[in-house]
Design a protein around this ligand. Structure first.
Ligand SMILES: Nc1ncnc2c1ncn2[C@@H]1O[C@H](COP(=O)(O)OP(=O)(O)O)[C@@H](O)[C@H]1O
Ligand SMILES: [Mg+2]
Length: 237
């Protein structure tokens, strides 16, 4: 499935945050969207999921205009979101989280637990008693059970130690290799972007510089420069 936005605008009562976002994510591709805190990454993934209404432009799924479709209709088309901050249920166990979603398709609870062996060991633990990394894995695993054709991951490596961040990035790549279209956000070039096929910078609510992943890995300068132009210093890893 192909997710595409053209001139997407969205915001809150306080004002417009997205001033024209053009981004495409195709099947079997990881597209990393990089932007500083406050750039509008979360607003964008929420607008894509239908949680924040678009005030202009379009969201297309395989060419169909879903700009005005509610969240559940987009979900039915195969769009899934792993929200920033994970949002797992504090009182439910890992196993219970994985039975909340009726899995019918290639991703089964057993298969997602194979992907995250740490979670398998914590099957009986409640959300509140998981580490940040385990919560991220659980949120990721839960999204996979929805059999996503397009997966949106909002800062999935935020606050994780490098080894766990790397594991998440590798899992993102293996999900991509099964044909899923993946959009992943990050504040800078880091492990979350290390397996990206394309990297695009979001600044001032607009998509700007964009380059393919291999080009960025060979020379991150163009992305780093685009980020540095906008305020904050660019953290390096
Ligand atoms: N629920 C909200 N209500 C009003 N303003 C918001 C809300 N969420 C985010 N914003 C504002 O929108 C801008 C972009 O925020 P956000 O999309 O969270 O950026 P990012 O995810 O890149 O850090 C910020 O100025 C933020 O203060
Ligand atoms: Mg955010």
């Amino acid at each position: 499935m192909r997710l595409e936005t053209t001139g997407l605008r969205a915001g809150y009562h306080g004002g417009t945050v997205l001033h024209g976002v053009d981004i495409t994510v195709a099947s079997g591709e990881v597209h990393a969207l990089v932007g500083h805190n406050g750039a509008g990454k979360t607003t964008l993934v929420h607008a894509l999921a239908g949680l924040v209404p678009a005030t202009g432009g379009r969201v297309l799924l395989d060419g169909d205009d879903v700009t005005r479709h509610p969240t559940h209709r987009r979900a039915r088309r195969g769009l899934a979101l792993v929200p920033q901050g994970r949002r797992v249920f504090a009182s439910l166990t890992v196993a219970e989280h994985l039975t909340l979603v009726k899995a019918s398709g290639p991703w089964t609870p057993a298969r997602v637990l194979d992907l995250f062996p740490q979670l398998a060991q914590r099957r009986g633990h409640r959300g509140a008693h998981l580490s940040g990394g385990e919560q991220q894995m659980l949120a990721f695993a839960r999204a996979l059970l929805a059999q996503p054709a397009v997966l949106l991951l909002d800062e999935p490596t935020e606050g994780l130690v490098p080894a766990l961040a790397k594991q998440i990035a590798e899992t993102v790549a293996s999900v991509r290799d099964e044909g899923t279209a993946v959009l992943v956000t990050a504040p800078s070039l880091d492990s979350a972007t290390s397996t990206a096929d394309r990297v695009t910078v979001l600044t001032g609510g607009k998509t700007g510089v964009s380059a393919d992943g291999d080009t960025v890995r060979a020379d991150p300068g163009v992305i780093v420069a685009a980020l540095a132009l906008h305020g904050e210093a660019t953290p390096t890893e």
